[in-house]
Design a protein around this ligand. Structure first.
Ligand SMILES: [Fe+2]
Length: 242
């Protein structure tokens, strides 16, 4: 089973942003993923009318897709563009569950109104209930990272409530295989709550990798992540689409 992950599209109605998205989707389509998840920041602030255009493009992959908001997304516009797919009845939180024949993705909306950081606390009761209801192998996705990245200046806007989120995941035993997010515009791998934790590259321009006060040139192309689930194991791949 292949779960593709896009993140941080930051569509603003301009051709250049859509070109980057189209390049990633063109690469992805022949792989025929079983599902597509989008871990937030679909549209740039002030350009909310582009949500239907983003949805139209996601539909061309011809698989179920699941989205959660990021800090620059507009909940009202996002609900109006995608709400019919997920049964969203209010603007917050925009959580989503995708059952995929022996696998499951759960997207949690950890955004905080008018803030760049996130907070998992408001959705933890819901998440705990869903994890207890059905113990199928699960990948959790969200926008802000609940763990420090170590990248200079990128951990101010972390997802708060990381310890409490980790406790909910740990309480679910083997149900959760991993957690993946976006937000920092750089792919990375670490662990969280004893599980695999990943961050997908951005579709829009990447951030520089700044570690320990040292800088690098920004040469990253738009990219995506592919999570492959087979024989009980989750293996995640990063692809840059030059
Ligand atoms: Fe973000």
């Amino acid at each position: 089973m292949i779960i593709a992950q896009l993140s941080d599209i930051h569509a603003d109605g301009s051709n250049s942003r859509f070109e980057r998205l189209d390049r990633v989707l063109d690469w992805l389509r022949p792989l025929r993923p079983d599902a597509l998840i989008v871990s937030g920041d679909l549209c740039e602030a002030q350009f909310f009318k582009t949500y239907p255009a983003v949805r139209q493009r996601l539909e061309t992959v011809l698989c179920p897709f699941f989205v959660v908001p990021g800090n620059v997304d507009d909940h009202v516009e996002m609900r109006s563009a995608f709400g019919d797919l997920y049964g969203w009845t209010s603007d917050r939180p925009l959580n989503v569950i995708g059952g995929l024949n022996g696998f499951r993705v759960i997207g949690i909306d950890v955004t905080v109104e008018d803030a760049h950081h996130g907070d998992a606390l408001p959705v933890l009761d819901w998440l705990g209930q869903e994890l207890a209801r059905d113990q199928v192998p699960t990948l959790i996705f969200q926008h802000q990272h609940p763990f420090p990245t170590g990248i200079d200046n990128k951990d101010r806007n972390v997802c708060f409530g990381g310890d409490e989120l980790a406790a909910v995941i740990e309480a679910a035993g083997d149900t959760v295989l991993g957690l993946t997010c976006g937000h920092v515009h750089r792919p990375l791998f670490t662990s969280f709550a004893g599980k695999q934790a990943t961050m997908a590259p951005s579709v829009t321009r990447a951030n520089k990798l700044r570690l320990d006060g040292k800088d690098s040139d920004n040469i990253d192309p738009p990219g995506l992540m592919l999570h492959h689930f087979a024989e009980g194991r989750l293996v995640s791949h990063v692809v840059g689409v030059a």
